[in-house]
Design a protein around this ligand. Structure first.
Ligand code: NAP
Length: 323
């Protein structure tokens, strides 16, 4: 089958389409998915690409596809303990284990990491949702958002942010989104009640107070956002780098409500996203779509840090392998 692997070019690793071994039969609790679409997340180039660079010299010709967590596709085989999914089911989901990857024509995934695809979404739309949508949902839940909560979402225009705005609104919160001037209209379109242009000055001393500051940029900390928080308010970070991931929870020692998030690939939360989609309160926004063979360009687009919504890749038969 075709899959995306790294090619070493000098010090630079580049992604390319290559023939690799098929993943084989599913384990007892796995399903084999014919992948139709995948999406790109910053984790792919922050963690998976460096991991590939490290393991490639060891793996050599046995190099494996390591890229992509989000997928949407069709179940083509099920493990013998899987009773809740059947061959032919259209599913979407994510899995962060390196053994599987969504940038491959077929992949194995634990059955609890996928849910039935919302009927109203295409495969590309569904593939845009799992990792970023679950991060938004789980972050808002960790921040104890409820009807009437004042919520600030820093990074409201990106993959996680545009889902967080919509989900917080669906939970009944009053939502303020922080984004740059060019994205103010987009974030309002996602449902934000108020927007702040982060390029127009330091809002951190003047805005608020908020019951939750949800930082999906990882540029902020409980200290830098202290003046934004209401008494007892939460600071939640998606911890986009190791320092912020480790440092944020340390503020709890000082009595602050602060936490970093590690997204969990839970089916019940995918089903919660599906329910919001079906209720008409959540929709994925795809800012750019790439063919399988152009996966490297999709990564470059994500690396720009300027994405409005999600970058998706069509995985499938319209591909032209490079060799
Ligand atoms: N811990 C976890 O489990 C987990 C899960 C998912 C994501 N993450 C992390 O969360 C972060 C966000 O992920 P993502 O998928 O949403 O990324 P993304 O889609 O690449 O985010 C890009 C967006 O960030 C905005 N942005 C950049 N600088 C900003 C700033 N100073 N203030 C406000 N907005 C700013 C950009 O808007 P402008 O172009 O207008 O600046 C752009 O719309 C990443 O660091 C990722 O690694 C962690």
């Amino acid at each position: 089958m075709q899959a995306i692997v790294t090619r070493r070019q000098g010090w630079k690793a580049q992604l390319a389409l290559q023939e690799v071994a098929a993943p084989g039969e599913p384990g007892p609790k796995e399903v084999l998915v014919q992948v139709q679409a995948a999406s790109v997340n910053p984790k792919d180039w922050k963690l998976n690409l460096p991991m590939a660079r490290l393991t490639q010299p060891v793996l050599g010709k046995r190099q494996r596809p390591l890229f992509g967590d989000d997928l949407a596709g069709t179940v083509v085989a099920v493990g013998d303990q899987v009773t809740d999914l059947a061959i032919g089911d259209a599913v979407y989901g994510m899995d962060m284990r390196l053994r599987t990857a969504s940038l491959a024509e077929q992949t194995l995934i634990h059955h609890q990491c996928v849910a039935r695809k919302p009927a109203s979404l295409s495969f590309t739309q569904a593939a845009a949702m799992p990792l970023a949508g679950l991060t938004a949902l789980q972050g808002l839940r960790k921040g104890q958002v409820k009807a009437g909560s004042q919520v600030l979402i820093i990074g409201a225009s990106g993959g996680v942010g545009h889902f967080a705005v919509q989900i917080a609104k669906a939970l009944g919160a009053h939502v303020t989104g922080v984004c740059s001037a060019r994205n103010l209209g987009f974030v309002q379109e996602m449902g934000a009640d108020a927007v702040i242009d982060y390029t127009a000055g330091d809002y951190r001393q003047s805005a608020g107070p908020f019951d939750l500051v949800f930082d999906v940029t990882s540029f902020e900390s409980p200290r830098s956002c202290a003046a934004l928080l209401a008494p007892g308010g939460w600071f939640i970070s998606t911890g986009g780098d190791a320092f912020s991931m480790l440092a944020t929870p340390l503020y709890r020692l000082g009595g602050k409500n602060a936490a970093s998030l590690v997204v969990k690939p839970w089916r019940q939360d995918l089903e919660a996203l599906t329910a919001l989609v079906e209720a008409g309160t959540l929709r994925p926004v795809i800012e750019s779509e790439f063919a399988f063979v152009d996966s490297d360009q999709a990564y470059q687009r994500s690396r720009s840090g300027r994405c409005r919504g999600k970058v998706v890749i069509r995985v499938g038969s319209d591909v032209h392998p490079v060799d």
